[in-house]
Unconditional design. Sequence first.
Length: 171
Amino acid sequence: MKTASEHQTRTGSPRQWWLAGLLSYLQPGLGQVYNGQGAKGLRFFGAGLISLAAMVLCLEIGSGLIYVGLFLLFAYLLITLVAIVDAALSARRQPDLFPRKPYNHWYTYVIGVLVASLVITPLWKQFMQPFFIPSGAMEDTLYVGDYVLADMTPDKPVAGEVILYESLEEP
């Protein structure tokens, strides 16, 4: 009769480094969950979520905290990059017969990607949205081809702010 640990080892499968990295790209921490490092994955997910929430809060408070908000955006991007690299390297170090954890199932990863795409992304778009500058109407300030990040919360414009609108004529 086999013990539970022998059965668990035999039912495992090798971890793919590229898949671990891709999962962490889609949702920071998901690649760590794929590697059987659930606690580390939750820490990456939480750190990313906290940095995004703090960034939105800083940008909502006012222009005095715009640089803090941009720093937090950079922090989120750095957290994501570290999560990708960590997941890929950890997957390469895993044994060939990876002992599967209770949460190592395909639907766990689908739920993680759905949380990112159906919950976090729409919440993000309520607060900020990127726009492309198609014309030179504000040359010397905004150039053709520039991208700007717009505050999408309803607020009264203040002197010096740029007002963006979507053209109905151009797609």
